[in-house]
Write a protein that binds this ligand. Sequence first.
Ligand SMILES: [Fe+2]
Ligand SMILES: [Fe+2]
Length: 182
Amino acid sequence: MADQPFLTDIKTIRERARRHIEQGAVTEGYTADRENVIRLLNEALATEIVCTLRYKRHYYMAEGLSASVAQAEFLEHAQQEQQHADWLAERIVQLGGEPNFSPEGLMTRAHAEYTEGDSLRDMIKEDLVAERIAVDSYREIATYLGDKDPTSRRLMEDILAQEEEHADDMAGLLDGLDAQGR
Ligand SMILES: [Fe+2]
Ligand SMILES: [Fe+2]
């Protein structure tokens, strides 16, 4: 056993893999608190659903404000938030959990708000606020996951990177409005 190349020998790994075969992707080497990870991913999922709905609302309302640049951004973001929701749901299932798509309690689970906004400026501001909240809470989740669940952490980091882009896009739109004196 002295010249064992890995921390855990292959035989032990194989035995462990067989023992709880029904747990799918979750092996005994998974050291995270699975229930808690699933809960956090469900909160992120709720956040993404709320963000999708908010951007959709803003997309359709921007039509009447003849704001085509903002409108294109709203639509793109709505689609990306939807994609994030799908990635999260997929990971929750891999972990043996159930993705919570229930409208009931959605706002309580979500870390972002659904704010309609009256003017184009209000909409963009609300989106920027929501993105900044998502950035902070996703960063915290990624840090919490650390080395205990690298796959979920990577997923959260990928989403986080896009939320930072979203925030940057919204800040850019606000600057554009200022420049036009709108
Ligand atoms: Fe997102
Ligand atoms: Fe976003």
